[in-house]
Design a protein around this ligand. Structure first.
Ligand code: FES
Ligand SMILES: [Fe+2]
Length: 339
């Protein structure tokens, strides 16, 4: 198999081998090597009361979980009964304990086994494996993320960038829309397009009119990167935070658009756009006004790249040292995780 080795010096580096996108073995390998080690978006804490079933990264990890709110405490538990494996919570509800609808096994909101009918005389029962597994859960400024086996705590994954982000916990954040886009391209091609503003003047005429290309800035951190676009007056028009490998938090005047990139097949990706609005009056203004139009423009170029990388004449490119630091950083992380 190919060794992905990206020179840390961007002026010397070549872009990642197209084998990453074309060889289905890397697509499979990335599930365990990348996605099982990273943090995945669940929802905002405002969406939850009681028990809230979710799937951790559908189509990739496909892990059924419950977010359980127990007073002020939030936990992420396995949503699979430890008896014969039924899904425990099928719909959001406000129950004060978890009861399996198959044979009546009961668990407390912290996942501990409570009771089970007809199990008298069963040896070594109950034991630790009869409790529901608890997964690492992070509450990041109200956004909930979970992981199977994180490479680092979420705060360390996001890193020093956090201090620059305009979170205002006093302004309530409400989920106002959810859209799904299906893109005929590899998930990493979709992400690496997001990670550079280099293409804005060529691809996004509308966005280019509100974001000043000259002052556009990219900063990289250990597992995240931040792009900041300014308007003609030097005010921040948008901040684009990427959390490796597939999460995007876009900060606009109206609130936050969360994009979750979900691999479906080596040449198919689903992207979910969730709009969390804190100031409705600004929805139609500036860089966050026409997200759907910008998305269509991005999808067209990313799908074009998917067709281009199949060429026998293309295997690697080079990076612009001033405009493609985010893409270089992303490729370096892929190489690090896949090994
Ligand atoms: S599967 Fe849950 S009690 Fe049997
Ligand atoms: Fe774009």
């Amino acid at each position: 198999m190919t060794c992905f080795d990206i020179d840390p010096d961007i002026t010397k580096a070549r872009t990642i081998s197209t084998d990453l996108y074309l060889d289905p073995r890397y697509f499979e390998l990335s599930k365990e090597k990348i996605f099982a080690r990273s943090w995945h978006f669940l929802c905002h804490e405002n969406e939850i009361s009681g028990l809230f079933p979710k799937t951790l990264l559908p189509g990739v990890l496909d892990e059924p979980v419950i977010i359980a709110k127990d007073g002020g405490e939030l936990r992420c538990l396995s949503n699979v009964c430890t008896h014969r494996g039924k899904i425990l919570v099928e719909e959001p509800c406000d129950a004060t304990l978890i009861r399996c609808g198959y044979h009546g096994r009961r668990f407390s909101l912290d996942g501990k086994f409570l009771s089970m009918p007809e199990f008298e005389g069963v040896a070594d029962f109950p034991c630790e494996s009869d409790n529901l597994k608890q997964l690492p859960l992070a509450n990041w400024n109200g956004f909930l993320l979970a992981s199977l086996d994180p490479v680092a705590e979420l705060a360390d994954v996001v890193g020093d960038v956090a201090a620059q982000l305009p979170f205002d916990r006093d302004k309530p954040m409400r989920l106002s829309s959810r859209r799904e886009y299906n893109v005929n391209a590899h998930w990493a091609l979709y992400c690496e397009n997001y990670l550079e503003g280099f293409h804005i003047p060529y691809v996004h005429r509308g966005l280019n009119a509100v974001v000043d290309y000259g002052s556009y800035k990219t900063e990289t951190f250990r597992y995240s990167s931040l792009q900041t676009g300014f308007d003609a007056d030097g005010q921040v028009a948008a901040r684009y935070l990427f959390i490796f490998p597939n999460l995007m938090f876009n900060f606009y005047d109206w609130g936050v658009s969360v994009n979750v990139v979900r691999p479906v097949a080596p040449d198919r990706t689903q992207v979910e756009f969730l709009s969390y609005v804190s100031d409705k009056s600004k929805l139609d203004q500036g860089a966050g006004a026409d997200l759907d139009g910008v998305e269509m423009e991005d999808e067209a170029v990313v799908e074009s790249v998917q067709r281009g990388i199949r060429s026998r004449f293309y295997s690697h490119g080079r990076y612009s040292p001033t405009r493609e630091q985010g893409t270089h950083h992303f490729h370096r992380l892929i190489a690090e995780f896949i090994g």
